[in-house]
Design a protein around this ligand. Structure first.
Ligand code: HEC
Ligand code: HEC
Length: 179
């Protein structure tokens, strides 16, 4: 037998749950209002995705962009029209960015980390690791956009040089203890 007080307590509890939940729903925003845009979420007519203006400068005419954080993949600061698609056997990026070519092209050389199999640690002796041929997987072109939400992230750099050059392979094992 349930005591009177227990029944009361249960009634109050059930009432609170139901009245509470309807209150929450009443204050909730509708599905159409979800999202950052001001228009109906389901309206695809007036809201066009922000595509931005890709950088137009030719290689050699642009200036490298400060890295987002230490050892982040640098943004491509130049036009890449006509350079894609990239294939393992045909990759125009290598023409200017392979260490042997880069200096004469005024381009940043592909770093040592791209010539090592990071899975095994094997030095590939100047041969680009197979995982690296698709440069666009990690490096993207700089595009001028006004984001709906400003990005307040500010990368920290232990060294001023890190703002424009990477040294991943030198510091990869930092803090790792080996026998
Ligand atoms: C004709 C030569 C040339 C080609 C081809 C080329 N680049 Fe470049 N790249 C440059 C030069 C030169 C720079 C230095 C900035 C500048 O002068 O535009 C540069 C800068 C960069 C940077 C910035 C490096 C830094 O230190 O911040 C990245 C990343 C990059 N290129 C990636 C690519 C990728 C990916 C491709 C292929 C889709 C490519 N580049 C094709 C010449 C080239
Ligand atoms: C899997 C991701 C990935 C791919 C694919 C990749 N990169 Fe990178 N790249 C990085 C990262 C991360 C860094 C910075 C850390 C480092 O040095 O490894 C970097 C750094 C660089 C730098 C700057 C070197 C310096 O000394 O500051 C150049 C130039 C570059 N990559 C060119 C290329 C080119 C060209 C390709 C295609 C052939 C390519 N990368 C493919 C991730 C990638």
């Amino acid at each position: 037998m349930l005591k009177d007080s227990t029944i009361w307590l249960m009634a109050v509890l059930i009432f609170t749950i139901f009245s509470g939940s309807s209150l929450i729903y009443a204050e909730n925003i509708t599905e159409e209002e979800l999202g950052l845009r001001k228009e109906n979420l389901y309206d695809e007519q007036s809201t066009i995705p922000v595509r931005g203006e890709p950088i137009q400068k030719e290689p050699g005419e642009s200036t490298p962009i400060e890295r987002a954080f230490e050892n982040s993949p640098p943004l491509i600061p130049h036009d890449i029209t006509g350079m894609l698609p990239l294939a393992q056997t045909e990759n125009i990026c290598l023409d200017c960015h392979m260490p042997d070519e880069a200096v004469s092209q005024g381009a940043t050389p592909i770093p040592e980390s791209h010539f090592v199999d990071l899975g095994t640690g094997e030095d590939l002796k100047g041969k680009l690791d197979g995982d690296r041929f698709n440069c666009m997987q990690c490096h993207v072109i700089q595009t001028a956009v006004t984001p709906a939400v400003a990005n307040l992230f500010k990368g920290d750099f232990r060294d001023e040089k890190g703002k424009y050059r990477s040294n991943l392979l030198d510091i990869l094992n930092e803090g790792v203890e080996t026998d």
